[in-house]
Design a protein around this ligand. Structure first.
Ligand SMILES: Cc1cc2nc3c(=O)[nH]c(=O)nc-3n(C[C@H](O)[C@H](O)[C@H](O)COP(=O)(O)OP(=O)(O)OC[C@H]3O[C@@H](n4cnc5c(N)ncnc54)[C@H](O)[C@@H]3O)c2cc1C
Length: 383
């Protein structure tokens, strides 16, 4: 018997497997493609890198690039006074070594196989992610291009980075509310990404690409830059975890996006997951359940946020994020950090509410009460 079987070696599974082995547990790890690189651009706030993963502790700088004060436009300008960072995914893998303490098997495990693993390990942890195409719930979708910094300059308009640019300087109206995410990946390259924060159905990559194109052209980015980018990124993030039939089984638990570590209203998960690794390792080593990612009340508040994001019209959405931009910096952290306690999430949401004009409070209430999500499919049909 292994101490722990970890199914899935994405960021969550690998972090857990690596740290469990470092703590002396015997680990069986299963993934159909254990060495597959993580090609997605993973970002977090620099202060969210947990102490055990900082360079002083692990000897590796897991951040590829960091920069201060990204900006929000909704349409008024607000500076988020916090350092943002892009993870070096290869560096992160090196900082999470899979050594002798981990037996890796190259295989895909279905729900029944997960339960069957209890014959081979005392504890089984599902780290298979949020379910990919099988997850039929709300999605965050985005389409991005990577271009040279000099070519991206007109899109950034002198800002260091655009965390969320809700200005509507694009041609179409059909795709629904969306924003430009524009962040430097290193000194030479910038990611320009058109994002739908939450949709059900969510806009297709083609619709987002078309909006991105019109937005960038209007800002003066050259045709050739848009047509021949250095790389293209398509984002599809399920905002809620897939319901697992085995969820009530003792000894079968879930971690990472499979376990609800994602923030339902932002799609971010990596920072909360990394922060939770030490507690999960202690739990697995001591026979206790893996702690929940957050309190049920925080999860419920995030769900209220998601409900509004799926139903609000453009004007309400813009006013909501303008109110977010007016929050004190610490309250912005409280809302964005996926593991914040409920009193912090509640305080941040309440303060956004009180900072909204009465007209848009009515829009918020209408969005909350609306039965159906906004038809977000855009001209290309549903995603
Ligand atoms: C383009 C893009 C950009 C993103 N940017 C950010 C960001 O900036 N910040 C952030 O916090 N999050 C971001 N996300 C979300 C983030 O990638 C994911 O949240 C993160 O990868 C989740 O890690 P995970 O290990 O929980 O799941 P996954 O990364 O989905 O990993 C799941 C693993 O399980 C394996 N697996 C799947 N099925 C099986 C099976 N049946 N049997 C065995 N193994 C299986 C897979 O091969 C994979 O290795 C982004 C996502 C995308 C797509």
């Amino acid at each position: 018997m292994f101490d722990v079987a970890i199914v899935g070696l994405g960021p969550a599974g690998r972090a857990l497997a690596s740290r469990c082995a470092a703590a002396g547990l015997t680990v069986l790890a299963l993934d159909p493609q254990p060495e597959a690189p993580w090609n997605q651009t993973l970002a977090l706030w620099a202060d969210q890198v947990p102490p055990w993963l900082r360079q002083q502790a692990c000897g590796i700088d897991v951040l590829a690039h960091r920069f201060h004060d990204p900006v929000l436009y909704s349409p008024e300008r607000a500076v988020l006074t916090r350092e943002y960072a892009v993870l070096d995914t290869e560096g992160l893998r090196v900082a999470l070594p899979i050594g002798d303490g981990v037996t890796v098997e190259r295989s895909a495990v279905d729900d029944a196989g997960l339960v069957a693993l209890t014959e081979r390990a005392h504890r089984v942890v599902d780290c298979r992610g949020a379910g990919g195409p099988r997850n039929r719930g709300p999605l965050q979708t985005a389409y991005g291009i990577v271009v040279e910094s000099s070519a991206a300059a007109p899109a950034l308009g002198g800002e260091s980075a655009l965390l969320m640019d809700w200005r509507t300087d694009h041609d179409d109206d059909e795709v629904g509310p969306g924003f430009l995410y524009a962040i430097p990946l290193d000194r030479d390259r910038v990611l320009l990404e058109e994002t739908c924060l939450a949709g059900m159905p969510a806009p297709t990559p083609a619709d987002l690409a078309s909006r991105l194109r019109s937005r960038l052209l209007r800002r003066g980015v050259a045709h050739a830059t848009i047509d021949e980018p250095l790389a293209v990124e398509q984002v599809r993030i399920p905002l809620l975890p897939r319901l697992r039939p085995d969820a009530s089984r003792p000894r079968v638990e879930a971690f990472g996006t499979a376990g609800g570590y994602g923030h339902a209203a932002t799609g971010y998960s990596v920072a909360a997951m990394l922060e939770s690794v030490p507690a999960a390792v202690v739990a697995l080593g001591s026979g206790r359940p893996i702690p929940s990612p957050r309190s049920p009340l925080s999860t419920a508040l995030h769900a209220v946020g998601l409900r509004v994001l799926l139903r609000a019209d453009d004007a309400t959405m813009h006013e909501l994020f303008a109110a977010f931009g007016r929050l004190e910096s610490r309250q912005q952290h409280w809302f964005l950090d996926a593991a914040s306690p409920s009193y912090q999430v509640g305080a941040a949401m309440w303060n956004m509410w009180v900072r909204m004009p009465v007209r848009h409070k009515a829009g918020m209430m209408a969005a909350l009460l609306r039965k159906e999500a906004r038809d977000h499919a855009g001209p290309g049909g549903s995603a």
